[in-house]
Design a protein around this ligand. Sequence first.
Ligand SMILES: NC(=O)c1ccc[n+]([C@@H]2O[C@H](COP(=O)([O-])OP(=O)(O)OC[C@H]3O[C@@H](n4cnc5c(N)ncnc54)[C@H](O)[C@@H]3O)[C@@H](O)[C@H]2O)c1
Length: 357
Amino acid sequence: MKNLVFNSEEHSVKISFVNRTKKICELIQEDRKYCVILDKKISSLHAAFHEELKSKDFLIFLIDEPEKQKNIHTCLEVINLMQKEGLNRNDAVIGIGGGAITDLAGFVASSYMRGITYFQIPTSLLAQVDASIGGKTGINYGNIKNFIGSFYNPSEIIICAEFLQSLNQQDFLNGFSEVLKHCIITSKESLDKLKNLAGEIQNRESNILLGLIEQSIDIKAQVVTKDFKEKGERKFLNFGHTFAHGIESINHDAPILHGHAVLIGMLMALDYSKELGFLSRNSCQEIKDIICSFSYDFSNIKLDAKGIFEAMKSDKKNTKAINLILLKEVGQPLLFEETSNDNLQKFITKFIDDFKK
Ligand SMILES: NC(=O)c1ccc[n+]([C@@H]2O[C@H](COP(=O)([O-])OP(=O)(O)OC[C@H]3O[C@@H](n4cnc5c(N)ncnc54)[C@H](O)[C@@H]3O)[C@@H](O)[C@H]2O)c1
C-alpha cells in the first residue's frame, strides 16, 4: 500500500492506494461513528465489500442512480438520519461511489454541524483522478448542475484499483480523459508513459492503473494547492473544457459522458493551437495519435458547429472574449482570449466537418 499527502488550505489530506477492497476497512479506525453514503451499484457489484461494511457499526445510506439523487432532498434525508442516530462533530461521513456520490457526501459533511470529518472512497476512474481532488463539493438544483456547493476537503481519500474492474468500458474511458489531460498539460514524459502503457491500461492492470492514478492526483493536487479558488494556474485544468461545454450544452436532451466531450474538446484545442501558430504540426499530430489510440465511442454525441459556437459564446465566463486554454507544447498550456468570433466559428465548422468524416 502506498500513501500520498497533500496540504489543503485547512489541513493535510492523506491518500492511500490499495489493490483490493478487502484492505479498505483496515484503514478506517473505529474510534467514532460513521455515516457511509454508498452507491447502490457498488453494494451489488462488490457484495463482499458491502458485507464487510455492514459487519462494522456503520450507518449506511444507499443511493440508487446517484446523479439523479444528487440534490437537496437526498442531503436532507441523510442529515435527518445522522441527526436521529446522534452523530456529532466528532463523527464522520464516508462517501463511496463515483463523482456524484462523493460530491453529495462532501456537501453533507461540509454542512452537518458546520462541518464534520469527511472520508472519500471514489470508485469510478473519473472520481479517483478528478472529482476527489480539489475540495469541490456540490449538488444539483433545478436543472442546474452543481448549483449549490462548497469548497471542503476530505481528511482521507482511499483509492482502490479493484473498483475499476467493474466499470463499463466507456465509463472507464470517461475518467481516462482526465488522465490524458493531466499528462498533456504537464509533461512529455508522463504523456509518453501513457503511449507506452496503452495495452496495460486497456487491460486495466491494477498496478499500472494505481501508478497512473497516483501521478494524476499528484498533478491535480499540486495545481489546486497553489490555486484553491481557481484564480490562476487551476484554469489550465480546463484544457479542452470550453469546447467540451459547448458540446455538452447542445447534447442536453440526451446527456453524454463528460470525459468524451472533454476528449473532443482537447482535440479541438490542439488543432486550434496549431492553427494559431502556438503548437507545431508534428507535436499536434503526435498528441492526437496518442489520444486516438484509445477506443472512445462518440456515436451518440450530436455535433453541430453553429450550436457549439453559440453555446460557448453564451457561457457566463465568456463575457468580452471566449477564454480558451491552448497549448504551446506538451506541458506548456496557455490562456488565450479569443476576441474574433469569426475565426473561431470558421475553425469549429471545419473541425466538425472533418471529425464527422
Ligand atoms: N468535485 C469535482 O471536482 C468534480 C469533478 C468532476 C466531476 N464531478 C462530478 O462527478 C460526477 C461525474 O462522475 P462519475 O462519472 O463518477 O459519475 P457517477 O457517480 O454518476 O458514476 C457514473 C456511473 O458509474 C457507476 N459506478 C461508479 N463506480 C462504479 C464501479 N466501480 N463499477 C461500476 N459502476 C460504477 C455509477 O453508479 C454511475 O452509474 C458529476 O456529478 C460531476 O458533476 C465533480
